[in-house]
Design a protein around this ligand. Sequence first.
Ligand code: MG
Length: 333
Amino acid sequence: MTIREELERRERTYLSPFAVCSADTQGRDYPIAPDDLRTQFQRDRDRILHCKSFRRLKFKTQVFISPEGDHFRTRLTHTLEVAQVARTLARCLNLNEDLTEAIALGHDLGHTPFGHCGERMLDKLSVEGFAHNEQSLRVVEVLEGGEGLNLTKEVRDGILHHSGKVAPATLEGKCVARADRIAYINHDIDDALRAGVLKEFELPGEILRVLGETHGQRIDTLIRDIVCESKDRNDIVMSDRVQSAFDELRTFMFEKVYFDSWRHKEEAKCDYVIRMLFEYFMEHPSEMPLEYVQIAYRDGNERAVIDYLACMTDRYALRTFQQLFSPSAFPVI
Ligand code: MG
């Protein structure tokens, strides 16, 4: 028996009847020979971790645009926090932790520069519309390595449906969708306090009494509640009391941090950068890197420019903007 077969045997023995066993995967578009050491979902996790889009998450905005401070979250640290919360849920509920981790690490690969502000702008500019979860799927199916990462269907489903109206097909995917919200609401509070746009006393007291006074306590309450309510159930749910406190906290964050007026000035600049880059590369598609020129031949200019812009990090977008639109030193003859 190989190590992988032993791991598959353990999954069958110990996982919940609602979990997805890796041996039961619906498979990949292009079948590959089984590995001796790793299960299918472990291989997917490794494929995601080693791809270029994953490394670029380091320089993409979470909430604070191109943050100068070393302690602010980026898309990469957000992704790692989501993976931690999701794995804790999966382990406590006897779900497939490897599948959960693969989905969590891949969920935001399609995120744009400048966070949701960049996403809204690309949505406005694109005739087809743009959503980061759909782009994450496009990254793993098409853009990475020229022909995609060839991931299993369960991982791709979890990535696509971590946000949006359709729920993921697996409980592991649902754990990631919950973990994403738990992670971002809580770490964005922490970052907003650090940036001084939120003061401790402004956090609604009623909500803190239910969820906890500190960052750690709140995450603990949310995880415990989900574990308690979802044990031996074919769903991932919260109790009404904790769910409504969490919803109120989310509404508070949207009003106070995500859409507050302090952001408007900087976001208008980000919109401008994205719009100018979009218009420039629509007119000069051959100036994009070769992989995007090839997409332009195959799928049209707009698809290629949107892919190119979505892949950019904050600093790459700003550097490209500067190179194209800001005069540099030149010799005077
Ligand atoms: Mg996320």
